[in-house]
Design a protein around this ligand. Structure first.
Ligand code: 13P
Length: 256
């Protein structure tokens, strides 16, 4: 079996001014800037991408965005393109977050265009999938995750698929303090990996990192990260403070 490097990504969402971002990133560079056994990605708001990018220069920490538009340029007021992100040395981009799906009406088709555009521009997409509470309660979790994954990856070639990152984020666990049990999370992660085998190949499926997101904290991370198919975390609330984020990276390092 291929061993996958664990990945811990901080999704700062709509938090922190550039000045606040610099304080946080300064602390992170000082404590985990030489961390090489875990891949660490910071996804600040667009307004602090450049400042954070400069602050992590020379460290092992990588830069990601929280969203992007699929077109390279043009009349799309308020949007940011893949080449713009690349010019700031971003390497990753979160796509299809449930907050984008629910508050900004992003569809699987729209998200798929962004996935293809990101890959074309050498950005690594972190494609988010996950069910709502109503969907879980009605027993349609796996079906929802399957549809979002298949549609999100439509048209992605085998050669690029291995570079994808998938984040399983049950909507009912995001920002609620309700974390999925390790069994619930592992079941869905294993299901996604099986799906990747069908869509691509076993070799591809074994390479793709599948992150868990939803109230991941230092207290629950070790157990989640010990699961066979949980390759890291996409962290919201706990990524906003250096101490908890560093503890999560340490937990990922210990779970290797
Ligand atoms: P929380 O960690 O705050 O639950 O957020 C998870 C998330 O949405 C990361 O993208």
């Amino acid at each position: 079996m291929i061993s996958r490097k664990k990945l811990i990504a901080g999704n700062w969402k709509m938090n922190k001014t550039s000045a606040d971002a610099l304080t946080l990133v300064g602390d992170l560079v000082a404590s985990i800037g030489r961390q090489n056994d875990v891949e660490v990605v910071l996804c600040p708001p667009f307004t602090s991408l450049e400042a954070v990018g400069k602050a992590i220069e020379g460290s092992s920490i990588k830069l990601g965005a929280q969203n992007m538009h699929h077109e390279g340029s043009g009349a799309f007021t308020g949007e940011i393109s893949a080449p713009m992100l690349r010019s700031l040395f971003a390497t990753h981009v979160i796509l299809g977050h449930s907050e984008r799906r629910s508050y900004f009406a992003e569809t699987d088709e729209f998200i798929n265009k962004k996935v293809l555009a990101a890959l074309k521009n050498q950005l690594r997409p972190i494609l988010c999938v996950g069910e709502t509470l109503a969907e879980r309660e009605s027993g349609s979790t796996l079906k929802v995750v399957q549809t979002q994954t298949e549609r999100g990856l439509d048209g992605v070639g085998k050669d690029l698929a291995a570079g994808m990152v998938i984040a399983y984020e049950p909507v009912w666990a995001i920002g609620t303090g309700k974390v999925a049990t390790t069994e619930q999370a592992q079941e869905v992660h294993a299901f996604i990996r099986g799906l990747l085998t069908k869509l691509f190949t076993t070799a591809v499926a074994e390479k793709v990192r599948i992150l868990y997101g939803g109230s991941m904290k230092p207290a629950n991370a070790p157990e989640l990260l010990a699961q066979k198919d949980i390759d890291g975390g996409l962290i919201g609330g706990a990524s906003l403070e250096a101490r908890s984020f560093v503890e999560l990276v340490t937990a990922a390092s210990a779970a290797r």
